[in-house]
Design a protein around this ligand. Structure first.
Ligand code: SF4
Length: 299
């Protein structure tokens, strides 16, 4: 296969994958929503969860996105230096977004700053967002595709705490946001928390935390304990599905962290909504793919 044919093939795969993600929630989110539906007692909470299930069924039957806000496309690319299309990836992801915008269709969500016009393609200066992790001596490529909506993970919050504020300060920061901005997204929420050395490192980690499977835990025991404590604390606010009240407010709380300067605690919160549209695809060097977030996908 020539390079041109390879680029065409993976562009086509990615366009179809984006369109699929717009319509069908990943398996772990679907399972968690079902789990929460069973655990809620109030008739209103149950009706809302049943409506979410119906939303998914209709999106599939009618072949259209399950939420009107199909977001800004954000990609985490974990690419081996020897992956054959590493040079072409960023351009082909843009092309895939343009194709999916027509095919899915996706809402037009890319407005040029200062010039203030909507490109109509979901591609603009710096959009879609592409973050890179380069992996030496590898010939595979993993791509997380994420639809970041205007009410959920685009308006995140971050700040740098004084070291004396400690982990209590981190918990206070997270809980304060959950009782204010957290409500902009449609609960139950997936809460991503980044703890690092500065605003930008914490912010990026809080977004990366949302790529983790629901039910996973930070590998550091103390961090995992804090995830559980925050989850219990946010559940006790009683947001329930769509903020209409219930015993459970979250799909989960995920913390990602790095080491920090002794004088700073960077902390950030990023919130995914019940319609948490993210997918994960892995390509080998022959462009065979595995999708491990959505069962039964053929691109
Ligand atoms: S918060 Fe999520 S479900 Fe609600 S409108 Fe935004 S993207 Fe859709």
């Amino acid at each position: 296969m020539t390079n041109e044919e390879q680029v065409k093939k993976i562009t086509c795969y990615m366009a179809h994958f984006i369109s699929h993600i717009a319509k069908k929630l990943p398996d772990d989110v679907t399972a968690k929503l079902e789990d929460l539906r069973k655990k809620e007692d109030s008739p209103l909470a149950k009706v809302i969860y049943e409506t979410m299930t119906r939303n998914q069924k209709l999106a599939d039957e009618l072949n259209r996105p399950c939420c009107q806000d199909t977001g800004v496309l954000q990609f985490w690319v974990k690419c081996g230096t020897q992956f054959p299309l590493i040079d072409d990836l960023e351009a082909l992801l843009k092309k895939a977004v343009m194709i999916s915008t027509q095919e899915a269709p996706l809402r037009h969500n890319s407005v040029e700053v200062f010039d203030e016009y909507n490109t109509g393609t979901n591609v603009g200066k710096g959009t879609p967002t592409v973050w890179w992790d380069i992996v030496p001596h590898s010939d595979t490529c993993e791509i997380y595709v994420y639809m970041a909506g205007g009410g959920c993970t685009l308006p995140g919050h971050a700040m740098v705490l004084m070291p004396g504020e400690g982990y209590e300060g981190v918990a206070k920061f997270v809980l304060d946001r959950m009782t204010s901005y957290g409500l902009n997204a449609c609960p139950p929420l997936l809460v991503g928390v980044g703890i690092a050395t500065s605003i930008e490192t914490a912010a990026l980690l809080s977004k990366k935390a949302l790529m983790r499977p629901i039910g996973s835990h930070n590998e550091n025991e103390k961090a995992a304990k804090m995830e559980q404590l925050l989850e219990d604390g946010i559940n006790s606010i009683g947001l329930g599905p769509q903020g209409m009240g219930g015993k459970y407010s979250v799909l989960g709380v995920h913390i990602e962290h790095t080491a920090r300067h002794p004088s700073t605690i960077g902390v950030a919160v990023n919130v995914g909504c019940w319609s948490h549209r993210r997918g994960h695809i892995i390509f080998d060097k022959a462009l065979n793919y595995i999708v491990d977030t959505h069962s039964g996908v053929t691109l």
